[in-house]
Design a protein around this ligand. Structure first.
Ligand code: ATP
Ligand code: MG
Length: 132
């Protein structure tokens, strides 16, 4: 079984889409191994988004991620990392596939409802950051 780190971002939590989004993962045979709700601080976000620290969108991304509560989850299944990335859809909801979470629940490239780890190294690192 492979594990991946999923975040339901502040836009989707505040608009009360958490139940619907978790249902999509469960309908795709992903198992919730750990789950919590929190408002993340700068320390956790700078570690989570370390690869983006020098990007021009980074300040807006951090402000958005701190703007409300998020759900952090560890999900597991065979091929969980790629499965979640497929279910989430492309980064920008405009480009995301029909039926994907970002197409259905996302607003724009910043407020795009969910995060999923990109690869096994990131998954391991991110699970350590959020669930230590
Ligand atoms: P995630 O890491 O959230 O699963 P991703 O791997 O599809 O998404 P990344 O390139 O890792 O996308 O970007 C991380 C997050 O930074 C995106 O989810 C999005 O919220 C934000 N982001 C990425 N690119 C842009 C951009 N060009 N403008 C604004 N925000 C962006
Ligand atoms: Mg990413």
């Amino acid at each position: 079984m492979e594990k991946t780190l999923v975040l339901i971002k502040p836009d989707a939590v505040s608009s009360k889409q958490v139940g619907k989004i978790i249902s999509v993962y469960e309908e795709n045979q992903l198992t919730i191994e750990s789950i919590k709700i929190l408002i993340p601080d700068d320390d956790i976000l700078s570690r989570h988004y370390q690869e983006h620290i020098n990007k021009d969108f980074y300040p807006d991304l951090i402000e958005f991620m701190k703007s409300g509560r998020i759900i952090a989850m560890v999900l597991s299944s065979e091929d969980a990392i790629e499965k979640v990335r497929r279910i989430n859809g492309k980064t920008n909801p405009v480009d995301a596939e029909m039926g994907s979470i970002r197409k259905t629940f996302g607003t724009n490239v910043t407020m795009n409802a969910v995060h999923g780890s990109a690869n096994p190294i990131d998954a391991r690192r991110e699970i350590e950051i959020w669930f230590n």
